[in-house]
Design a protein around this ligand. Structure first.
Ligand code: ADP
Length: 153
């Protein structure tokens, strides 16, 4: 059976930290769906269409990586597309505590889905999408933090 993974998040916007996780996960899975969770109550900073376009551009060289959107429970989405793995990145101990509870609850909701964690490489451990949004809001230069070749604006 194909090893299908979902990498869920808001990717608002995609950062070099996300990119690094995806590229490191590629050898482990037959297919990876970068899945943008859509929330009717939370609009997000960048339109979902833009986030999709940037992800497609950055991973255009990787035929096993696809971008998609979903709403509702991540494990439901996994069930729908036949994914048995959820990929998440761990930057800090705070991430660990947060991810541990989500991972344990997801396991209870859907025992067939395994969450796989990647430790962030040190150069990206301080990087979050929300910091990138703040830099943009205040007129700073986001380019060092987003994948090479992308222009967000
Ligand atoms: P969320 O919407 O849950 O905050 P994000 O869209 O920011 O999620 O990120 C999705 C996933 O990418 C999460 O597992 C998060 O830990 C991981 N991630 C975010 N930034 C980085 C980074 N700089 N290095 C490694 N992983 C990261």
């Amino acid at each position: 059976m194909a090893r299908i993974a979902v990498f869920p998040g808001s990717f608002d916007p995609l950062t070099r930290g996300h990119e690094s996780i995806v590229r490191r996960a590629v050898p482990l899975f037959d297919e990876i769906f970068i899945a943008i969770g859509e929330n009717a109550e939370k609009k997000g900073f960048f339109p979902v269409e833009k986030r999709i376009e940037w992800i497609e551009r950055v991973f255009g060289d990787l035929p096993t990586v696809t971008v998609s959107t979903y709403s509702g429970l991540t494990v439901e989405y996994c069930r729908k597309i036949g994914a048995e793995f959820i990929v998440r990145g761990l930057r800090t101990s705070a991430d660990f505590e947060f991810e541990r509870s989500i991972g344990q609850i997801n396991k209870q909701l859907e025992p067939s889905v395994e969450t796989v964690f990647f430790l962030t490489t040190p150069e990206f451990s301080a990087l979050t999408s929300s910091i990138v949004r703040d830099i943009i809001r205040h007129g700073g230069d986001p380019l060092p933090f987003i994948p090479i070749g992308l222009k967000l604006i």
